[in-house]
Design a protein around this ligand. Structure first.
Ligand code: P6P
Length: 339
């Protein structure tokens, strides 16, 4: 083991030095999140042995059957954040309503999270993840919903954890995007991917990948249909894009950041706002991809400009190479959503 490695805690402490007025609360909050993620990683690893697979017999705000790991992950996030004394209110995919922290433990931050995204993949051991977004409570706000329903332009930080062949915490702040790999032998997240940047399309090592659930092609609008067709049947001597789709957003977005490409979850005729949740999936992932040099859109504008109207609201989402997102937006200008 390196004797001078950077951990997520020492990284955040280092960043805090750049803000003399910083209270250290965000450091404490991120430490609480990393503890919840470590506990989730341990639970995901031993789910088979500990019989954590299978349904918990309850369902979440989306109506998805909750798997035992979902419930455990949600409780870990909520309890670790409550006991950090840094959070006022939370929104979780697993809770229909907001979770207000008891007054004596309240802090100044708002955290929205999907504690275990892609949980339909749990039982078949496919990569899943956790997604979180952190805002500061607006100074004037007293109403909880006003505290929570903020745009991505006001984010303090966002991140995701990948529970795959290794556990990695990817954290995006104003300073950029950094990847920390969990070293299970010491239980610490070690900085292994400093200053993560999406490759430029066409640069050495960059890949031409489009990531969408082709099974819904029948329901796509014209703009998405035209875009995907142009990737599969490019004009001239252009080689087609390859298709990769895990069906677990954290896995698909993590690959898009590392290898390049485009992730698409468009609206469909029967889901005019798409499936992906704005507050705790689209906004944090858009923030991370944009901080890593990529682009995001709902077909018209950056996801970070969208004003959430309800805690479980959805949005169409396109993430990845800037040039490709521009092509998608041009197609939505030509063929407005829903046509
Ligand atoms: P579909 C997982 O349930 C999730 O919310 C995201 O992680 C993933 O990108 C998407 O749904 C997959 O949805 O409709 O392709 O199965």
């Amino acid at each position: 083991m390196e004797t001078d490695c950077v951990t997520v805690t020492s990284y955040v402490l280092e960043q805090r030095k750049k803000y003399p007025g910083a209270t250290g609360d965000l450091t404490i909050l991120l430490n609480a999140l990393s503890t919840a993620i470590k506990a989730c990683a341990a639970a995901v690893r031993k789910a088979g042995i500990a019989k954590l697979f299978g349904l918990a017999g309850s369902s979440n705000s989306t109506g998805d059957d909750q798997k035992k790991l979902d419930v455990l992950a949600n409780e870990l996030f909520i309890n670790m954040l409550k006991s950090s004394y840094t959070v006022k209110v939370m929104a979780s995919e697993e809770n229909e309503n907001l979770v207000e922290v008891e007054i004596p433990k309240q802090g100044k931050y708002v955290v929205c999270f999907d504690p275990l995204d892609g949980s339909s993949n749990i039982d078949c051991l496919v990569t899943i993840g956790s997604i979180f977004a952190v805002w500061k409570k607006p100074d004037h706000a007293t109403d909880l919903m006003e505290c929570v329903l903020q745009t991505g332009e006001h984010l303090r930080c966002a991140g995701y954890a990948v529970y795959g062949s290794a556990c990695m915490l990817v954290l995006a702040t104003r300073e950029g995007v950094n990847g920390f790999t969990l070293d299970p032998s010491i239980g610490e997240f070690i900085l292994t991917s400093p200053n993560m940047r999406m490759p430029e399309m066409g640069a050495k090592g960059s890949q031409k990948i489009y990531s969408i659930n082709e099974g819904y092609a029948k329901y796509w609008d014209k703009a998405t249909t035209e875009y995907v067709h142009s990737k599969k049947f490019p004009e001239g001597k252009e080689k087609p894009f390859g298709n990769r789709y895990v069906g677990s957003m954290v896995a698909d977005v993590h690959r898009t950041i590392l290898y390049g490409g485009v992730f698409l979850y468009p609206a469909t005729k029967d889901a005019p706002d798409g499936k992906i949740r704005l507050l705790y999936e689209s906004i944090p992932m858009a923030y991370i991809v944009e901080k890593a040099g990529g682009a995001s859109s709902d077909g018209q504008q950056s996801i970070l400009k969208l004003q959430p109207k309800e805690i479980h609201g959805r949005s169409p989402i396109f993430l990845g190479y800037k040039g490709e997102i521009e092509k998608i937006e041009k197609l939505y200008q030509q063929y407005p959503a829903g046509t």
